[in-house]
Design a binder for this molecule. Structure first.
Ligand code: NDP
Length: 240
């Protein structure tokens, strides 16, 4: 029986590319999403990958969602914590809701999904957790104290959980993408985006498939000696 992987926010953008890469590796993939039914349906029609809707920021929903995935496909061996949102604004204008929602979904989601799956991985002696951080969690970004704090937190979370999983065959790693051509980046105003691209040494935005390649490496059988690592995939924009 093939290993089961769950990708949060796995139906579009970077998550879609990750779902496809893991499917290509022979894993049975479940793609979680938050609410965009149209994209989720189009994704399943195209890929045959089952989708599961729940809010990764909701602890109980993650426990129930992972139980539903296990019931449908089998025990979860691989978790990719990819779901994320932005609620940008300078501190002076940022509401507590904007702060809290980004922390709840981006960072809380990693905790919730790991809580739901780590015990099973430990019992079976094998697991892969990959958390999607960000260049802006490494370097900070004007107007993103919430997002930068949550993503920076993901990198600390990764290193701490890696230590807890190491003796049980569970690796925990992170990817810090630079600017990738998805809906999230399409929301950045064009003049701001032009300035960002001008600062990327390779001279372009990244592709979702380029992030998925890194995730696939961490999730491979051969990746068992790599844990607690953060892989920066950012076109040379930030060398960390
Ligand atoms: P998109 O905005 O294109 O897609 C976000 C995905 O997350 C969607 O599938 C969405 O589901 C899902 N999602 C959002 N909130 C929730 C929630 N509460 N519960 C479950 N799923 C949720 O994002 P990207 O593909 O651009 O980004 C993916 C990850 O990569 C994010 O964590 C982002 O922070 C990170 N990243 C992205 C960069 C970029 O340049 N694009 C750069 C650095 C990091 P639905 O379709 O239902 O809305």
């Amino acid at each position: 029986m093939s290993r089961v992987a769950i990708v949060t926010g796995g139906t579009r953008g970077i998550g879609e590319a990750i779902s496809l890469a893991l499917q290509e590796m022979g894993y049975t993939v479940a793609a979680n999403y938050g609410g965009n039914e149209e994209k989720a349906k189009a994704f399943t029609d195209k890929t045959g990958i089952a989708t599961f809707k729940w809010d990764v920021g909701d602890h109980q929903a993650c426990l129930d969602g992972c139980a539903a995935v296990t019931e449908a496909l089998g025990p979860i061996d691989i978790v990719v914590n990819n779901a994320g949102i932005t609620r940008d604004g300078v501190l002076a204008k940022m509401s507590f809701d904007d702060w809290n929602e980004v922390m709840r979904i981006n960072l809380g989601g990693c905790f919730n999904m790991s809580k739901a799956t780590f015990g099973g991985m430990r019992e079976r002696g094998w697991g892969r957790i990959v958390n999607i951080g960000s260049i802006n969690g490494q370097a900070g970004q004007y107007g993103q104290v919430n997002y930068a704090a949550a993503k920076s937190g993901i990198h600390g979370f990764t290193k701490a959980l890696a230590q807890e999983g190491a003796k049980s065959g569970i690796t925990v790693n992170a990817i810090a993408p630079g600017y990738i051509d998805t809906d999230m980046v399409a929301a950045v105003p064009a003049p701001v985006l032009e300035k960002i691209v001008a600062k990327i040494p390779v001279g372009r935005l990244g592709q979702a498939s380029e992030i998925a390649r890194g995730v696939a490496f961490f999730c491979s059988e051969e990746g068992g000696f790599v844990t607690g690592s953060t892989l920066s995939i950012n076109g040379g924009q930030h060398m960390y």
